[in-house]
Design a binder for this molecule. Sequence first.
Ligand SMILES: [Zn+2]
Length: 354
Amino acid sequence: MSSVRVFRRLLGVEHTVVEGVELVKDDKRGEEVIVAAVRPAASHALRCSSCRRRSPYRDAGDGRRRWRTVDLGTVQAFLEADAPRVTCPEHGVIVAAVPWARAKARHTLAFEDTCAWLAAHSAMTVVSALLRVSWRTVAAIVTRVVADLSGNNDRLDGLTRIGIDEIAHRKGHRYLTVIVDHATGRLVWAAPGRDTDTLLRFFDDLGPQRSKALTHVSADGAEWIHNAVKERAPQALICLDAFHVVQWATKALDEVRRGMWNKLRWQGKHGQASSLKGTRWALLKNIQDLTGEQKTTMASIAVTNKGLYRAYLLKEQLRYVFEAKGERGRQLLAPSLSGCTETPRSPGSTPCRA
Ligand SMILES: [Zn+2]
């Protein structure tokens, strides 16, 4: 691969000519940053940024400008290009579209999609720290990505494995339902709300034909997601997020522990009950993370409290199933479920079809 193509991939741009890449001192940031000089490929140059129609050159506009893109390693990276204006028959004098960024955005598509995807999976403050942007910028990007996606169905083409998730924003008072394409990692659809009706609108946009092409849908255990998927894409395998499954097992384990604690107190065995109370953190931890003292605690639980110890082992084995994966994971899962009469309960969970 030529170095230009390598950089095109690294910078996350398409239909773009990379003219040169250099490391320059950024006075505002007080550190060195990577700046790639780029221009749109001929087929994507001089188009209206509103309708993408090819339009005649008007003037140089505000001259050269920069767009922040995804970091290269730990170094911040920017694209730099001319930003000429064109005269669109419909939209008048307007800044020309660039293939690497949305209209009026100061970040590239790759950066904004990364940001929106992260926002769907972690707290705004985490995204803001990780990407080194203000949380206001994160919020503005999510809004722009959602607006862009709401009128655009192209990204729904060729979907087979998708993830359905929800983002809380406005301090948890508002929710967005977001759909991620697992093949590309890109956000492909989003809408306000988190209920079956919202998700049914996604399937309306997708249409029956493309819904039929879905093979896997990953989601947390929320019932509203499962209902919509079962109705519109019954052939798709619903895959539960490993994180949530282990979380339910951990909750179930905590219920077992609390049940035993209550029973011991009821039987007047206060000494044993209070020692059980101190075991909570050891039980919730993963085996390899236990401290020496906690290992001793577990050893004594294994002797004195076999039921609780079994629940702990079931939780640990379930966690290991996801680490081992593949055929080995399947083998591990089979005996533990058949030997366990009480599978982890969760609000509205549906077992995964295997
Ligand atoms: Zn136009």
